[in-house]
Design a protein around this ligand. Structure first.
Ligand code: P6P
Length: 281
């Protein structure tokens, strides 16, 4: 497992340079979920696949930017699903973006995730590893990722990251969000999943929601590449993640690019979601 973390560090240093110098124009391609790919997405994907190909313990990889699974080593132990540069269009407006990695055993499913890593490319480059019930923060300094601290969520926080378009929210979701703001929560939402979830973790608590909506009943965020890795991180940090009614770890995957409604947070906020969503049907 350590060799995978080291490979992600190597890839992240290269991706940092691509972000600084790279071409942020749109490519001619679309990914498997219809998003127009930026040249940054494709460049980041190539960097990550290149470093993963050198690791014998990796059996398969699948990228959000590619249609299908890539087999690497028949006797490999781990399967990795990754989003090479989530929110990449935010680079154009100089906001933070990130890479997300879910590391699985046996098959790509919520119950089989064994580690997660994400990297935030912002004013600083930071990497968070969730493994063996620990969440550890590393920061890039003088070309080396240095350990900073362990991350733990409090029971409750005061940040509220409200994803998707409000006009498409259900009445239940509107009730949840409005009640939180009435209780004094602060709106903190950049449109980048990685920095938005990173902020809640570092500030000790709150809620990030990307619910099912009228236009996207199954949500927008992808199970394998985005939701399961962050659910694992939040769980290891003492919080939790649900789809509105049940644990994210009970969500079934039928296709590698499936999405799911998702709520990540400290325990108090997750319990609030369960209460509002169960009371309002
Ligand atoms: P919306 C970025 O495109 C992304 O996939 C996530 O990083 C982010 O949380 C979400 O979409 C933002 O979506 O609909 O709120 O703009």
């Amino acid at each position: 497992m350590e060799e995978i973390f080291e490979a992600i560090k190597i890839a992240s240093k290269e991706i940092k340079e691509v972000i600084l110098l790279g071409d942020t124009a749109k490519s001619e391609n679309e990914n498997s979920t219809g998003d127009t790919q930026l040249k940054l997405d494709i460049a980041s994907d190539i960097i990550i696949e290149k470093v993963f190909k050198r690791i014998p313990s990796i059996k398969e990889i699948v990228s959000e930017e590619q249609e299908s699974i890539v087999s690497l080593n028949e006797d490999g132990e781990y399967l990795i699903a990754y989003d090479p540069l989530d929110g990449s269009s935010l680079v154009d407006v100089n906001l933070s973006v990130g890479s997300i990695y879910g590391i699985y055993k046996d098959n790509f499913s919520a119950k089989n995730i064994v580690a997660s890593v994400y990297v935030v490319f912002g004013p600083r480059v930071e990497m968070v590893i969730a493994y063996e019930n620990k969440v550890q923060l590393f920061r890039l300094s003088n070309d080396e990722f240095k350990y900073v601290k362990d991350i733990k969520l409090n029971d409750a926080g005061n940040l509220n990251a409200t994803g998707s378009t409000q006009m498409n929210w259900t009445q239940t979701h509107k009730t949840l969000v409005n009640e939180m703001f009435k209780d004094g929560y602060y709106l903190r939402y950049s449109g980048g999943m990685v920095p938005d979830l990173h902020q809640i973790l570092l500030k000790g608590g709150g809620l990030f929601s990307y619910p099912g909506t009228a236009d996207k009943p199954k949500g927008k965020l992808r199970q394998l590449f985005e939701v399961f890795p962050f659910a694992f991180t939040y769980k290891c940090a003492g919080g939790d993640a649900i789809d509105g009614s049940k644990s994210i770890f009970e969500v079934e995957t039928t296709h590698i690019h499936d999405t799911t409604p998702c709520f990540f947070g400290s325990l108090s906020e997750i319990n609030r979601v369960l209460k509002v969503y169960s009371n309002n049907g």
